[in-house]
Structure formats: C-alpha cells, structure tokens
Design a protein around this ligand. Structure first.
Ligand code: PEP
Ligand code: MN
Length: 271
C-alpha cells in the first residue's frame, strides 16, 4: 500500500511549533551543537554562543551510535542533565538521539525533539514506540535508504498517532570517498513534492569535513530545505567525536550571516 498519512495531498504543510521557534514551510531553522555532550563546561560555552547568535535549538548526543564499540559512547543520563541545564540557562530547546527503548524513555523526559538516527531509521519497533509519544521527532534518513523507504519509516511514526515529524537528509553511502557520505540534494525538492512534513539537512554527517559545510547549507536553502542541523565545537581538534566535521565558532558565525542574507533574497524567515 502507498504511503497515506505523510503523503502530500494538497498545499497544506506540517509546521512544528516549538513556542520559541518553528520548523516548516516559509522558515529556515538552524539547529547546532556538538556531536556529543562532553562535559558541563563545553556544553555551556556552546549554549552561550548559540544564544548570542539568536539560535533557538541546540543539538547534543548523549547516547551515541558509534561504529566501533571502543569509541566514546556518550555520557548517557549525566549528559542529558548537562544538556538540559545548559539549555535552560540560555533559553534553548534541545534535540538529542534516542538509541533504544531505555534511552527513549529518558530522552522523552528531557528533550524538545527526539532524534532517531540513521542507523535506527528502519528499526520499526523503535519507530512505533516514538510514534506513540506526544513529542516532535526528527527522523534521519538511513544511509542506505531510498526516498520511498524513508517515507515509509515516517509513516510508521504517523501511523501510531505522532504526526509531528521532521525529516533529515544526512547523506547516503555512495562510491565517493572525498566525503563521508553524499548529500542527496535532490531528495529535498522530491520530498517536498511527496510529503507535507518539514525536511532539513545535516551537512556534517553528509560531508564528514567542515570545509564544504557552508556550501551545502546554502545549496540546501536554495532548493527549499526547511533548515539545517550542524555540528559545531569550540575546539574541534579536541572533540571526543566527529571533530573533523564540526564547524569552528568563527566560521559558523560567518556562515549564519551569509545565509541570513540569502534567506532575505528568497523571502524565507530564518529561525
Ligand atoms: C548524529 O546526528 O548524532 C548522528 C549520529 O547522525 P546519523 O544518525 O545521521 O549518523
Ligand atoms: Mn556526529
């Protein structure tokens, strides 16, 4: 059977309303933060920086889906506390990943948006669980998923009752080795035709390198993306995960300025 609940039938668009900000058609929403919450000091420094820039949503992983079991796995519950405290102090909303049922319970208590990662994008049991909750979900595209499979995963969430879904294109696996994944830029206009759900990009996990992130963000805005989720770190060379693809504060600030100008031309509101 075809997708039903998330399929576009008319001109209506789902807008996710987080009170201090919105995600959906007409807006370009910036979400930024570290790959992982590392300690109290760094997450506070990042939260402070974001609030100065007028950014309203901070990301930060605490349950990390690492390729190797020997890599840093995140701070877990403690990290969630640090993330929450920093966000409260600077009046930010938070998004963080739930890896499984146990972490979903904890994340649901703290986060404003629950992230379902690329590796779990076809974990239908977890999709059903998050579908029963009353909280926005950011669903990342699996790195081996077609657009159709991506929409069916969103349909699982909607089928259980939760229609507050944001799709995130984070790059797919191709033969190219210059980037970690290949950002599927054409997925954005295609998804906008086929679904009423908002769609954003994650240029950090797509590229795997910080130098081309500004171009990817601008390209995504030009093709109609509803926002971006990008990794930033005050000292990426010292980051416990994904330092190479985390933007430095200065270059991030410069990019934000540039996309504000581009958004003006396109008559899109930056959130
Ligand atoms: C992340 O955003 O923290 C992450 C692990 O990304 P992905 O699931 O896209 O690999
Ligand atoms: Mn990461």
């Amino acid at each position: 059977m075809d997708i039903k609940l998330v399929a576009r039938k008319n001109n209506e668009n789902t807008i996710i309303d987080l009170k201090n900000t919105k995600i959906g058609e007409g807006f370009f929403t910036i979400i930024a933060g570290p790959c992982s919450v590392e300690n109290k000091e760094v997450i506070n420094e990042i939260a402070h920086f974001l609030s100065e820039l007028g950014i309203k949503i901070m990301r930060g992983g605490v349950f990390k889906p690492r390729t190797s079991p020997y890599s840093f796995q995140g701070l877990g519950k403690k990290g969630l506390e640090y993330l929450k405290l920093a966000a409260e102090k600077y009046n930010l909303k938070i998004i963080t990943e739930a890896l499984d049922e146990d972490s979903l319970r904890l994340v649901n208590e703290c986060a404003d948006i629950i992230q379902i990662g690329s590796r779990n994008a076809q974990n239908y049991g977890l999709l059903r669980k998050v579908g029963k909750l009353n909280k926005p979900v950011l669903l990342k595209r699996g790195f081996m998923m077609t657009i159709e499979e991506f929409l069916y995963s969103a349909e699982y969430i909607a089928y259980e009752g939760n229609k507050n879904i944001i799709l995130c294109e984070r790059g797919i696996r191709t033969f190219e080795t210059k980037t970690r994944n290949t950002l599927d830029i054409s997925a954005i206009p295609i998804l906008k035709k086929e679904t009423h759900l908002p769609i954003i990009i994650d240029p950090s996990h797509a590229a795997g390198r910080r130098d081309i992130i500004p171009y990817l963000i601008k390209a995504s805005l030009a093709v109609g993306s509803h926002g971006v989720m990008v990794e930033i770190h005050p000292q990426p060379e010292k980051a416990l995960s994904d330092g190479k693809q985390s933007m430095k504060f200065k270059e991030f600030e410069k990019t934000i300025k540039e996309i504000r100008e581009l958004a003006d031309v396109l008559e899109v509101k930056i959130k």
